[in-house]
Write a protein that binds this ligand. Structure first.
Ligand code: UDX
Length: 430
């Protein structure tokens, strides 16, 4: 199939590269000319494991092209995927101005025939209808257009894996005509293919992400009870997770969830529900527990170190999770800012996110070697679940720290081993 992807962020670029990988002809459009030129030169504007090779392979094979012209993309394609940002507004609602603008531009670029416009960006329920109205209003040519909702379920850091082997593909339609072409596009991925109406498809996205966030807040609340009762939250998570109806994933207690999706999708779902006349108290509680997780962790630090002013604290992790350089809504970064506000001097390290963190986190020492972060510190904090932090040089930390104190916000280290090594070790729910 000839496909056009509008927006080359981590969803659009990964989607375009994977569609090309399975044999489709893909043209990716971005209004950022510098980004288009970078991509044409084989550069990648974001870190996503495996993406650089995938883009290079498919560009070389002639299946993947980049342009800054929507007109070119639309004219050369049968199916156009909208993958532009839908940022969170201060009041929690969603900024749909990029979606509306692209819908108008697609409409004016359509010069006839039959086109399918697919909304992959995460949008509030009932957005698809507005996109369809907008395209109808601004399309001057004699053309037939069907609008489809096709939400993405990609985790940053695992986006290629999640798209090449999806748990399911969801499309929302208002007529049967676009179903066969969409089936053809996704056939190579061999995944369950759900066809529903547009509103249900849009809601599936928000309902899924909010449920995943709920799982995380639930296990973080259970962790607080484990701490108060001497239980171990990892044992509890394993014990309940073995129930197939619950599942072990997304039951890792820690500093809480962040990123460009969960916080935004939660507040959007709460806002939409309010506008539809339902007060989603449960999700408000998910948000509250998540915010409280940071306060609880900070209290662990102040309970142990007392005054933070003039203390030197090492922090391992700045990204919102492992396998990404993204620091948007990162609990790790928020923690650093809070410690700094209390007057602590920070030495920080992240395998990938230091460059992006430098734009937000100033007046700290960025350390290239994770094993040197603890040097001369009064405490070491683990804030992001990078697997390599499990192998941090603890002997050196014990030697170089003023006192061997570790706060583990992602439960990466083993409490028994830390006790044996003589560390004051605080973690979550254990
Ligand atoms: C999420 C959804 O997983 C994905 O399906 C959707 O398409 C986009 O949003 P993402 O935000 O990239 O993906 O990351 P995810 O792996 O879901 O982690 C989100 C946050 O939850 C991170 O801050 C992570 O550290 C935290 N988390 C995750 C936990 O605290 N505990 C867990 O058990 C899992």
């Amino acid at each position: 199939m000839k496909l056009c992807i509008i927006g080359t962020g981590y969803v659009g670029l990964v989607t375009g590269a994977c569609f090309a990988e399975v044999g489709h002809h893909v043209i990716c459009v971005d209004n950022d000319v510098a980004k288009v030129n970078l991509l044409r030169g084989g550069g990648i504007p974001i870190f996503e494991p495996g993406l650089e090779e995938l883009v290079r392979k498919n560009t070389t094979a002639g299946r993947l092209h980049f342009t800054d012209s929507i007109k070119e993309g639309v004219e050369k394609s049968d199916v156009i995927f909208i993958c532009v940002p839908t940022p969170r507004q201060p009041d929690g609602s969603v900024d749909l101005s990029f979606i509306e603008k692209v819908a108008r531009e697609i409409a004016s670029a359509i010069d006839g025939g039959y086109k399918i416009v697919v909304d992959k960006s995460t949008v509030p329920v009932k957005t698809g209808e507005k996109v369809a109205e907008t395209i109808k209003r601004y399309c001057k040519a004699q053309a037939e257009v069907d609008v489809v909702s096709n939400p993405e379920f990609l985790r940053e850091g695992f986006a290629i894996e999640d798209l090449m082997k999806p748990d399911r593909v969801v499309i929302g339609v208002t007529s049967q005509r676009p179903v066969a072409p969409l089936r053809e596009i996704y056939a190579p991925f061999n995944a369950p293919f759900i066809v529903t109406d547009i509103n249900s498809a849009e809601l599936i996205k928000h309902a899924a992400n909010s449920f995943l966030a709920l799982k995380i807040s639930y296990i973080n609340a259970v962790a607080a009870i484990c701490e108060a009762s001497g239980a171990n939250v990892e044992e509890v998570a394993t014990g309940i997770g073995l129930d197939a109806r619950i599942g072990r994933r997304f039951l890792n207690a820690g500093l809480g969830f962040g990123g460009s999706c969960f916080p935004k999708d939660l507040s959007a779902f709460i806002k939409i529900s309010e506008q539809l006349g339902y007060d989603f108290q449960l999700l408000k509680e998910v948000e509250r527990i998540n915010a409280d997780q940071m306060e609880r962790f900070l209290k662990k630090i102040t309970d142990t170190l007392w005054v933070l002013k003039e203390k030197k604290i090492g922090v391992l992790g700045l990204a919102f999770k492992q396998n990404t350089d993204d620091v948007r809504m990162s609990p790790a970064l928020d923690l650093c800012l809070r410690l700094q506000k209390e007057g602590a001097a920070l030495r920080v390290h992240d395998p990938r996110a230091m460059e992006k963190a430098k734009a937000v986190l100033k007046n700290v020492t960025y350390v290239d070697d994770m094993n040197a972060v603890a040097d001369g510190c009064d405490a070491l904090v683990i804030a992001t679940e990078w697997p390599e932090f499990k192998r941090v040089d603890l002997e050196r930390a014990k030697r170089e720290m003023s006192h061997p104190i570790i706060f583990d916000g992602r439960n990466l280290l083993d409490p028994a081993e830390m006790a044996r090594l003589g560390f004051v070790y605080k973690s979550i729910g254990r």
